[in-house]
Design a protein around this ligand. Structure first.
Ligand SMILES: C[S@@+](CC[C@H](N)C(=O)[O-])C[C@H]1O[C@@H](n2cnc3c(N)ncnc32)[C@H](O)[C@@H]1O
Length: 684
């Protein structure tokens, strides 16, 4: 049966003017309007029983027979399996059932593979990603997950995956193992095509909804709807996806004329609908596009195997022409100086505003310790431990395995407050740290007068004056307040501020060093006509990360200049200053020893949050400057009854895989760890 007939027989709808399987000039497939389609029109409607997904316990208990046998088995025998892996196994099951599968018509529409997904990259190709957040040290994660988690399940219930030969070891040649080959194809398809209910995604900053009770975000393979491509560019996007319950769909008269409307009662399990509608008029020949989320280049590459068009990310020109995507570009004067193209890359520069760079806690810790050592301070191991524990309990580091925390720097927020807070705490003397702990009063007690704020709406806390001491984690429901030092202490103590700025610049420099190529090499490569395919994708990912580090460095220099100006009483506006690489370099080269000598005489700083006082400074000069050891430092909308859910695409198991994996360790899902103490800025 052809796909459209299958869909309509099952109560689905497709706009008659849509070509679902159009071959685009790029060779990829996409959905295109055959003739003009007005705004607000229904493009596709899909009853939920057409989707392949793992139901919640409640959904499953309501209609256990409405789901395929593989779903029943996995729900009952492997409830702890990540939704990503479980959905992959269900898809594999339907694929191996061939024409007997109720999804055979859908499966026939699927591409043979997701060509550039990282799962398909050779080791040599992956080496181009060295130093980036996509670098995968250690064994191939897909083969590892297959052997560890998937193969034993396949072997136990051969009837659910008929005809699949399961090897006990993975051959060096991946292609020679049919079980692994089938798994890689299904995993790539789920990764590049599945939707989750609203991104619980640090890049988009969206809310967490629709999770399975064992953790992990539900993912849905949505036949037909998954033919629609992504665009990051709001000017090109023209459609969006919603999930409606039965009453909502009926009220909107969406079911009129469908097989469902004629049925006396809907088939069991059909309690929701996925609906794709036009946001604006679509012209004949135009491609239907929606967004898979506000994703960094690394996320797009890892999950979907492509990057957005460079044209969509072109930075503003000196003449002031609007950038397609960047919401905050440098001033025209600065752009002109940078070659009309922004920070790195010269005149042809572009920037994905959702790009990110990761700064590992271990680098932050090491740089701060080395800086203190160079200043003749030797922070004891117990003080270091106490600080780490405190930062974890105060929400600055992830609570599970805080040492695996990676701070997320975004192009739009290059100096996250969590990083600045961590650096400040690490550079505090033992007395200062004790005082901070006393004032903070532990992770659940707010100091009097402090207030909870959602950080996402702030300016990133990097240059804001007198940031509140305690900020909530950003989510409305967050109950644990989070330590946020802002720049108050830096404004009060210029030498401490210098230490923090120098350490931060050294941290950024250390992160830049982990890439085997420098920015100039990458820019040169991108300009070369030979840099195509996967190599170009890799170069763009690493250049995007370096760009974020570079932005962070610039922001740090701005902060340093502003603090120095404020300290000198000039009231100078840092924004007006023209920074240069020389100044950045000079800031980095600042002698820590000299700073240490100056600071040693003022070790006992005034109380946290207290107003600056000359007497206090004078008194401090006579105090013993040795640091003491610190004390221990212990010291929705998922309901079907609600309005339509916004949906974003993605096999969002990312809090379970990749960095700092906690509950699941699939190792092959998305790259970014939601456990990171980072709250992304809201989408525009
Ligand atoms: C959900 S599928 C979309 C349908 C897909 N084009 C097909 O032929 O089946 C996602 C995949 O489409 C491709 N894709 C989507 N948006 C794209 C874009 N803006 N540029 C390039 N490829 C894109 C990528 O291969 C991605 O993994």
């Amino acid at each position: 049966m052809d796909f459209l007939t299958w869909l309509i027989n099952r109560g689905g709808q497709v706009h008659p003017k849509l070509d679902l399987f159009y071959t685009l000039p790029s060779g990829d497939r996409g959905v295109v309007a055959r003739s003009d389609i007005p705004e607000g029109q229904l493009l596709l409607l899909l009853p939920i029983d057409c989707a392949i997904y793992i139901p919640t316990k409640e959904e499953f208990q309501r209609h256990p027979d409405a789901f395929p046998n593989a779903v029943q088995y996995l729900r009952e025998a492997h409830p702890g399996l990540s939704p990503f892996l479980a959905t992959t196994l269900v898809l594999m099951s339907e694929m191996t059932r061939g024409s007997t599968s109720p999804w055979a018509s859908y499966i026939a529409t699927l591409p043979p593979s997701c060509p550039d997904c990282l799962l398909n990259w050779t080791d040599e190709e992956k080496r181009e990603l060295a130093g980036t957040s996509l670098e995968q040290p250690g064994p191939d994660p897909a083969s590892d997950v297959y052997l560890r988690l998937v193969a034993p399940i396949l072997a136990l219930r051969k009837d659910l995956w008929p005809g699949l030969v399961v090897a006990e070891t993975v051959e060096a040649d991946r292609g020679s193992d049919p079980g692994l080959t089938a798994f890689l194809r299904a995993a790539g398809l789920v990764q590049s095509r599945a939707f989750h209910l609203e991104a619980e995604n640090w890049v988009s900053g969206a809310k967490e909804i629709s999770r399975l009770e064992d953790g992990g975000t539900q993912v849905f393979l949505l036949p037909g709807i998954d033919m629609i491509n992504h665009s990051h560019n709001p000017a090109r996007r023209n459609a969006h996806l919603e999930r409606l319950n039965l009453a909502q769909a009926a009220a909107a008269k969406l079911l009129d004329g469908t097989a469902l409307a004629e049925a006396q009662s809907p088939p069991t399990g059909v309690e929701a609908f996925f609906v794709m509608r036009t946001d604006k008029p679509i012209k004949a020949g135009e491609e239907v596009l929606h967004t898979y989320g506000n994703l960094s280049d690394a996320q797009l590459l890892q999950t979907y195997g492509f990057l957005d068009s460079e044209d969509d990310f072109r930075l503003q020109t000196a003449s002031g022409a609007a950038a397609a995507a960047s919401s905050e570009g440098p001033s025209p004067k600065k752009r002109a100086k940078a070659g009309d193209g922004g920070d790195i890359g010269g005149g042809d520069a572009y920037r994905n505003p959702y790009n990110a760079a990761l700064v590992p806690w271990t680098t932050v810790d090491e740089v701060c310790r080395d800086l203190l050592l160079s200043m003749d301070q030797n922070p004891s191991a117990s003080l270091q431990r106490a600080k780490r524990k405190f930062l974890a309990s105060a929400g600055v580091l992830q609570s599970v395995a805080p040492e695996l925390t990676q701070f997320v720097l975004l192009a739009r927020e290059p100096l996250p407050d969590e990083l600045m807070t961590a650096v400040q705490v690490l550079l505090m003397t033992g007395e200062e740290f004790q005082e901070l702990q006393r004032e903070f009063g532990g992770p659940t007690k707010l100091p009097a007068g402090s207030k909870k704020v959602g950080k996402g709406s702030q300016d990133g806390g990097t240059t804001s004056k007198a940031a509140p001491l305690v900020a909530a984690t950003g989510a409305e429901e967050a109950s644990i307040p989070k330590l946020s030092l802002g720049t108050t202490l830096l404004e009060e103590d210029d030498e401490f501020a210098e230490m923090v700025c120098i350490a931060s610049l050294q941290i950024l420099a250390a992160c830049m060093e982990r890439y085997p190529t420098d920015v100039k090499d990458d820019v040169r490569l991108l300009r070369s006509p030979d840099c195509t395919g996967r190599k170009r994708l890799a170069v763009r990912v690493r250049l995007g990360e370096k760009d974020v580090l570079h932005l962070a460095k610039k922001a740090m220099v701005e902060l340093m200049k502003r603090l120095r100006a404020a300290s000198a009483g000039e009231g100078c506006q840092a924004e007006e200053n023209e920074e240069s690489d020389d100044e950045v370099a000079a800031a980095e080269a600042e002698g820590a020893e000299e700073l240490g000598r100056r600071r040693a005489s003022k070790r006992q700083r005034r109380g946290l949050g207290a107003p600056p006082s000359e007497e206090a400074d004078g008194a401090e000069d006579d105090e013993n400057s040795n640091s003491a050891d610190g004390s221990d430092g212990e010291d929705g909308s998922d309901s079907d009854d609600e309005a339509a859910h916004e949906l974003l695409m993605g096999s969002d198991d990312s809090d379970k895989v990749g960095y700092g994996a906690v509950e699941y360790d699939d190792g092959i899902g998305e790259v970014h760890d939601r456990g990171k103490p980072h709250e992304a800025p809201k989408d525009d």
